[in-house]
Design a protein around this ligand. Structure first.
Ligand code: FES
Length: 196
């Protein structure tokens, strides 16, 4: 997989000893400036998901604000439990701009878009699944979650532009007549949240 560094923040925004959380393709990434060198780590603590970027940075160690586990921001190593490691990302700084290597983060949304495009074009789920390494059931789940996302994005955009919601979604279903989400819709939203 080719490396993809994408710009996320300006170096001047994160002085030495400070941290900042940015979003990359829906994922929260914590940036830490340790004596002028920037490191990037998944903001979700591998213990129970605490916000690592909100913790206390001491040298190269970040303390999770939830249960005080400590991690080395250079490697992700956990001082509390050596079998645990926080996910880290390669960083480059160029002309005062911080870039994070995001190929892992960008691969999933691209695959989901590809699945949706091919499902919408009428291709069989098992053929798509063979190409992208998913089971036919996973292809259908991915396509459904992407459809829910498409509707939500359209809905939000409409609201932002008009300050109200009217009209219909992309399938012609009137928003005003839409029922509150049922269990099936909530399950689809959960699936969508996992994809983002
Ligand atoms: S969630 Fe981070 S230490 Fe528990």
């Amino acid at each position: 997989m080719a490396l993809e560094f994408i710009p996320v923040a300006e170096l001047a925004e994160i002085p030495p000893g400070r941290s900042r959380v940015v979003r990359v393709s829906g994922a929260a990434i914590a940036l830490f400036n340790v004596d002028g060198v920037v490191y990037a780590m998944d903001n979700r603590c591998p213990h129970e998901g605490g916000p690592l970027g909100d913790g206390e940075l001491e040298g190269a160690t970040i303390e999770c604000p939830s249960h005080q586990w400590r991690f080395d921001v250079r490697t992700g190593a956990c001082a509390h439990d050596p079998s645990v490691r926080a996910k880290t990302y390669d960083v480059r700084v160029d002309h005062g701009m911080i870039f994070v290597e995001a190929s892992r983060l960008l691969a999933a949304p691209r695959r989901h878009r590809e699945v949706l495009r091919r499902v919408a074009a009428g291709e069989a789920p098992d053929a798509i699944g063979r190409d992208v390494g998913l089971s036919p059931q996973e292809v259908e789940r991915t396509a459904e979650a992407a459809r829910v996302g498409e509707r939500l994005l359209y809905f939000g955009d409409l609201y932002l532009r008009k300050g109200r919601v009217g009209g219909t979604d992309l399938r012609g279903v009137p928003y005003r007549g839409m029922k509150p989400p049922d269990a099936e819709m909530l399950a689809a939203l959960d699936a969508l949240a996992r994809l983002m």
